[in-house]
Write a protein that binds this ligand. Structure first.
Ligand SMILES: Nc1nc2c(ncn2[C@@H]2O[C@H](COP(=O)(O)OP(=O)(O)OP(=O)(O)O)[C@@H](O)[C@H]2O)c(=O)[nH]1
Ligand SMILES: [Mg+2]
Length: 292
């Protein structure tokens, strides 16, 4: 009998959830960044091994919403928490360790799914700190998503908690999201790398055209910003910044699709889109209702 189920990875921003998803799937699916709030959607990654299939949902970091984009992000995270068969609560072990997932998430009661507490970034501890952390949290799994330490133990723990079930997806599937989604995410990741601290949060990438049959593969992508001043920054003097961004993003996309790419990158102002429910929905961030 095989095991299969939904494994939701949740926790505060910047805890290392996306890095962990990539580690578990063995592919770079989710974008990662030292800046918090890099993940905005639920990202699906699939790991199938030794008669067990994990359908892993990476989620946006849980935070108090300050605009409609945040509300949509929190809704995406909480709906993934509700869908979970196993909940992996990722905590940056170098910070405070919360009492429980539901307390950290501001929820009234514990989630339906069993929770695995993962203390991440343990590579930053020396041997003594590591031993102390392990002694203080005997039920937690100590890992490093970047080095891979502790991941085997985590896989064993998750597999143990998965329900018996036929596979939910074909064995060789790695994700359920289309390639064009990941292309947009790679453009956004590059923006997180190249632009200042705040600007990337005001930025959304939309793929307007994706010509699969052309060679090189033709992709027209639009970076939406909220104000004209932001547009000027993204374009830069003599178009330097947008050129640099486009080049680095193209290289990443070529790695993903395994073929040459022509990335036609544009910048447009979509005034204050993070406060506009129609714009937030149109850009694919889903539900902005204030229900969670
Ligand atoms: N030292 C160390 N750094 C890590 C580890 N895991 C993740 N990081 C770093 O922590 C930062 C945040 O990682 P992400 O995976 O983007 O975190 P996240 O929880 O998905 O963040 P949001 O999507 O913003 O909620 C990145 O700079 C990662 O390289 C780890 O095990 N050790
Ligand atoms: Mg993330």
């Amino acid at each position: 009998m095989t095991k299969s189920g939904i494994v939701t990875v949740a926790g505060f921003p910047n805890a290392g959830k996306s890095t962990l998803l990539n580690r578990l799937v063995g592919e770079k699916l989710a974008i990662t960044s030292p800046k918090p709030q890099s993940t905005r959607h639920r990202i699906v990654g699939i790991r199938t091994e030794s008669d067990a299939q994990m359908v892993i949902l990476d989620t946006p970091g849980l935070l108090e919403p300050r605009d409609l984009l945040h509300t949509a992000m929190r809704n995406a995270a909480l709906s993934a928490v509700r869908d979970a068969d196993v909940l992996v609560h990722v905590v940056d072990a170098t910070g405070n360790i919360p009492q429980s997932f539901h307390a950290a998430a501001g929820l009234e009661r514990a989630p339906r799914a069993p929770v695995v507490l993962v203390l991440n970034k343990c590579d930053l501890f020396d041997a003594e700190q590591y031993a102390q952390m392990a002694a203080q949290h005997p039920h937690a799994v100590l890992v490093s998503a970047t080095s891979g330490e502790g991941i085997d133990a985590l896989v064993t723990e998750i597999t143990h908690k998965l329900p018996e079930s036929p596979y939910l997806y074909p064995e060789d599937e790695l994700s359920t999201q289309p390639v064009r989604f990941f292309c947009a995410e790679l453009v956004r990741e590059t923006a997180l790398e190249q632009l200042g601290d705040e600007l990337p949060h005001a930025l959304a990438c939309e793929i307007e055209e994706f010509r699969e049959n052309s060679s090189p593969l033709y992709i027209r992508a639009v970076l939406h910003v909220e104000r004209d001043s932001q547009k000027q920054i993204v374009i830069g003097a003599k178009g330097q910044q947008i050129k640099k961004l486009g080049k680095a993003a193209r290289v990443k996309i070529e790695r993903l699709v395994g073929q040459p790419v022509y990335l036609d990158l544009w910048v447009k102002v979509l005034a204050n889109w993070r406060k506009n429910p129609n714009a937030v929905r149109r850009l694919g961030y889903g539900d902005t209702s204030d229900r969670a």
